[in-house]
Design a protein around this ligand. Structure first.
Ligand SMILES: Nc1nc2c(c(=O)[nH]1)N[C@H]1C(S)=C(S)[C@@H](COP(=O)(O)O)O[C@H]1N2
Ligand SMILES: [Mo]
Length: 201
């Protein structure tokens, strides 16, 4: 961590091969939200795991924070064409959420749901095996509200619209059900390395 000043993204070399086609690096962290930014107090915050319509487990903020915490350093790629490398997040792996609820593999697909009514679909294979988390911190600090605080989904290997901000739950679904942007022309899966931006890409 102390080497941050020496490994700045302009020092060269460390970004080659890390920027997917059609993307460019940014130093800032743009905010992209479809509607108004919701106010979610940690005292009111709840996270619900559902299988279909059935709630399996609900955690409040303290219960969720008692789950194992994991750090992920990853590159992120927004469909609007910006990428950021080496972003650092901390939170609870989806694996650890499922384990705490004693849920293994009820279906192959999930929908993430958010406090602002946003949703997005992600296959279980892309949320499990250490690939995704519910992030509570960004760069060592509580997640800023405009970036989804107090908690957001973090699925760095897919376009960033899959990383639902202000997340309030995950729901297993029988089929791969399109979420907010997937219903409005974005790709059902969203792999940045295959440039899966829009429905028929
Ligand atoms: N709840 C919610 N999550 C959301 C969005 C949103 O509008 N609402 N926008 C998505 C989109 S399109 C992108 S690119 C990223 C942007 O995250 P950022 O604002 O932290 O950069 O959040 C995603 N998650
Ligand atoms: Mo986006």
């Amino acid at each position: 961590m102390a080497t941050r000043g020496f490994t700045g993204r302009r020092s060269g070399g460390n970004e080659s091969g890390r920027i997917p086609p059609g993307q460019h690096l940014v130093d800032n962290f743009p905010v992209l939200t479809a509607g108004p930014t919701p106010h979610v107090e940690t005292s009111d915050w709840k996270f619900t795991l559902k299988v279909g319509p059935r709630p399996i487990k609900v955690w409040n903020w303290d219960e969720f924070n008692a789950l194992p915490m994991t750090e992920m350093r990853r590159d992120i790629h927004c469909v609007t064409s910006w990428s950021k490398i080496d972003t650092v997040w901390e939170g609870v792996l989806v694996d650890d959420i499922l384990a705490d609820a004693d849920v293994k593999h009820p279906t192959d697909f999930l929908l993430a749901h958010s406090y602002d009514g946003y949703s997005t679909n992600v296959p279980l294979a892309d949320l499990a095996s250490g690939k995704a988390m519910v992030a509570l911190k960004y760069e060592g600090q509580a997640l800023p509200r405009d970036h989804g605080g107090p908690a957001r989904l973090f699925v760095p290997h897919l376009y960033f619209w899959k990383s639902a901000k202000w997340v309030t739950g995950l729901q297993f679904t029988q089929r791969d059900e399109p979420g907010f942007w997937e219903l409005r022309g974005y790709h059902i899966y969203g792999d940045p390395w295959r440039e899966q931006r829009y429905t028929n890409d």
